[in-house]
Design a protein around this ligand. Sequence first.
Ligand SMILES: *Cc1c(COP(=O)(O)O)cnc(C)c1O
Length: 381
Amino acid sequence: MTTNGTARMSIYSDLGLEPAINASGKMTALGGSVLAREVTEAMAAAGREHVVIADLMVEAGRWIAGVVGTEDACVSSGASSGVAIAVASLIAGTDKHLIQGLPGRVGRPFEVVIQKGHSVDFGAPITQMIALGGGQAVEAGSVNRVEVSDLRGAIGPDTAAVMFVQSHHTVHKGMVSLEETIRVAHERGIPVILDAAAEDDLQRWALSGADIVVFSGGKAIGGPTSGILCGSRELMTAARAQYAGIARPMKVGKEQVMGLIAALTLGGVSDTDARAEGEGQRARMQALATRLAEHPGIDAFVEQDDAGRQIFRTVFTVRPESGTTAPRVAAALASSHPPMYLRDNKAAAGQLALDPRPLSADEEIILLDRLDDILSAAAAA
Ligand SMILES: *Cc1c(COP(=O)(O)O)cnc(C)c1O
């Protein structure tokens, strides 16, 4: 049973599951993105034919590089494998003996310096992705404060790379900026890996000066489960070479490669695309905020993403006068039929948010009706 009494048709019903309504963001735990028809059609077409995978990887990389503005690119199964492959490439290059010696020590520099406030867990720890690539994370500074001198001090003879994480997951205050990080690393001849997994302005990050930039294909790009590494021809040749080593169990299928390209064809890769989409979201989210604020004890407003992306969310605060709490509202939604998820990373502070990106117009109505019911029931109790 769903809220409105009619079961939604779903492929997942075959397994006894209900499709979830996702207003939390591009969450891997909820299946990343809903794919556009163009993307699923490309994946289906790719699945019906054979292709020489080594050639596909080279040509797809070349095509993607044309979109993001770098010399070359390499497709991965996700941003997390992208990080492992980037580390492996910088340790082993294209030397097959070294490639196949990873993730063990191969007699090459292997340390990856990362600011302590960037040492995040996005569902798994980034330090573990570094280790899978044969590296070892060396954390610089403290969680809330890293100085240029901490970064300089952490770089030594065994340093293979400096890693920078551009993400809403990281600490945003007291860290060394990307520009400074690149300057400090390059002064010492050390390459920089930039994990920009969920960012929407691909060109901006791809051309930031970092040597290898990693994106998730399933987040802002709206593609299938996949990832992108981009950078110089030499480094991307090394990245592809890792598929004879640690990247083999992280391999990406022809369907994902072609689905990713189809998603990139649909746009969302420039600042202009992101801004246009952001403006549409702002209007939608304002309407939701106005409706939620009609409930007693609920303050609602529209807020831009705190990592500065062109994402506008409805944020609402659940005050005691509402008769309920933010965690209870989130729990009630999650146990509804269908299950519904809000952005709840600030629930302990009384705040919940709705992310417009993964939410269709129909789902928005179902979610808002259910929220109205939950809040009205709490106020009446
Ligand atoms: C999501 C995320 C990843 C992992 O991306 P996948 O494509 O799911 O592998 C890595 N780094 C950061 C900062 C992320 O947010």
